[in-house]
Write a protein of this length. Structure first.
Length: 149
């Protein structure tokens, strides 16, 4: 496993990758000594993040490897199908994952997404149009959604 710290417009991101896939990407406090890696998967991930944050990339191509329950896997698969600049509700996410009454469980799975931004959990909002929640705070969620408008 390789780790790298990436400074993004929404804060520091820690990327973890195997030889062929990103396994985690999450927001962290500013590191005292940022980790740097020239690992090919991390290099590709950083290039794609650079492009995303300047509005040149709408879809990520870097491979991800997500570990979770069968239900979480279904939810995360559906997250990856939400188009850039679009949002869906937690209820729609649950329905799309094959469990229409499990919107709270879908929200929980959404919150446990190990690869933020690339697997766009920020694109899920409440049925009433409000932002709902976000593991990294609503200000980060709003910034990502605003970037995609």
């Amino acid at each position: 496993m390789e780790k790298h710290h990436y400074h993004s417009p929404v804060g520091w991101l820690e990327i973890t990758a195997t030889n062929d896939a990103v396994t985690t990407l999450h927001l962290v406090a500013q590191p005292d000594n940022p980790l740097r890696s020239s690992h090919k998967t991390i290099t590709q991930c950083c290039k794609e993040l650079d492009e995303y944050f300047v509005g040149k990339r709408r879809n990520f191509e870097v491979k991800v490897k997500l570990q979770g329950t069968d239900f979480q896997q279904k939810v995360w698969e559906k997250l990856q199908q939400i188009p850039y600049g679009k949002t869906i509700s937690y209820a729609t996410l649950a329905q799309d994952a094959g469990h229409p009454k499990a919107y709270r469980a879908a929200g929980s799975a959404n919150g446990k997404n190990p690869v933020a931004i690339i697997v766009p959990c920020h694109r899920v909002i409440a049925s009433d149009g409000t932002l709902g929640g976000y593991a990294y705070g609503l200000n980060v969620k709003k910034a990502l959604l605003d970037l995609e408008k």
